[in-house]
Every structure is written in C-alpha cells, then in structure tokens.
Design a protein around this ligand. Sequence first.
Ligand code: SAH
Length: 213
Amino acid sequence: MRDTLKHRGKRNQLADLVASKGIKDTAVLEAIRNVPRHLFMDSGFEDHAYQDKAFPIAADQTISQPYTVAYQTELLGVSPGDKVLEIGTGSGYQTAILLQLKARVYTIERQLELFKKTNLFFKKMGYRPKKFVFGDGYKGLPEEAPFDGIIVTAGAPQIPRELMGQLKIGGKMVIPVGDKEQTMMLITRTGEKEFERRAYGSFRFVPLLEDKN
Ligand code: SAH
C-alpha cells in the first residue's frame, strides 16, 4: 500500500470531522492530517481507515478511534522534546501521532504478535520511538522515569500506582478508567505526594490486562 493524494484528502476530511467534534489543538489536528492511518491497518481495510471508528487489528485488539486518539493527545498536552510513556502500542498509530508532535516516546505492548508486527512496521516506516518494549505496561518503565507524560490506551480497572510514581512533578497522565465503559481521567502530579485528578468524558477501550507473574 502507498500513501496517495486521495488518502491525504480523506485525512483532511477526518481532521475536520475530529475538529468539529471539539478538538482544538492545531498541532494534534495537523498530526491527524499527516499520519497515514491506512498503513497501520491490514491491507484490504483501507476503506475503513479514514472513518472515525475503532477497527480490529491483530490479537483481538483494536486501533483506537481517531477522535479518541486526538482527545487523549490533546489532554496530555505534548510539547516538542517531552518524554512520553505510552502503554498499549497496538498498531502504533497513537505512537506515530506522538512522534509527529516531536515527543520522545517510550512505548510498551504486552501481546507478542502485535509487538513483532508493529516493531517491523516502525522500522519499515522510519518511526523511531526511543524504546519499544515487549512487556507489562502496569509496571511502567522505572529505569526511564520520570516522564513528562504517560498515556494509557487500554481501559484500566484502576489507576496503576506504579505509573503515578513515574510522573515528573508537573507531569500528566491520561488514562481511561473503568470496566465496561471508561471515564477518561487526567492525573497531574502537583507535588512529591500530591496528585490532582480530573474526570472527562466516557469512552470504550479494550482492557488493560495485568500479567499474573
Ligand atoms: N494505541 C493503540 C491502541 C491499541 S488497543 C492503537 O491505536 O493502535 C490497546 C493495546 O493495549 C492492545 O494492543 C493491548 O494488547 C495493549 N495492552 C493491554 N494491556 C497491556 C499491558 N498491561 N501492557 C502493555 N500493553 C497492554
């Protein structure tokens, strides 16, 4: 598959749609215009790529809805050079949006099949996260902490403590919390032991799974 002018046109429409749903951050909208979402999906599903919908990828997982990606990214408030940890790499689409915003990205995926597939894809496309780790995101990446931002792209039953401790003071975490349906939460670390929590809209994600070892 290639990226053509036609795809570009569809992406512009998608970005306009996402903007009409309330996303204001121009850098985030620009990233949606630039990242070729159809290449993150299996060939044959090209027609679905520029609809504002989640879509199945490998290992029973989904590529998040573009609006949701934009929403989480806007809440995170990424500045160029920020050190960002992503939990749930999946297709790599959200990773690519963060890279487009010039974040230094660390990303973790626990499904081996997806990890392998997306790792090859990143290499082919020239996407360069600082680290792409196969493992359990619940534990975060203590050796690389602290982070300016942490973004969790799977539904968490509760906010993992380990992740809160890996935020810089002033750092933010965006995480969907809940079982069947999740509330988007923005956690800001305001001090060594102080965290501010704010609740945003409802979303539906595949579950953040904890490894039992
Ligand atoms: N950002 C991705 C979203 C994929 S869905 C995209 O847009 O494509 C969520 C992903 O989180 C899945 O790939 C799932 O395997 C992964 N995941 C679930 N629990 C996890 C955990 N504990 N650690 C790391 N990844 C996890």
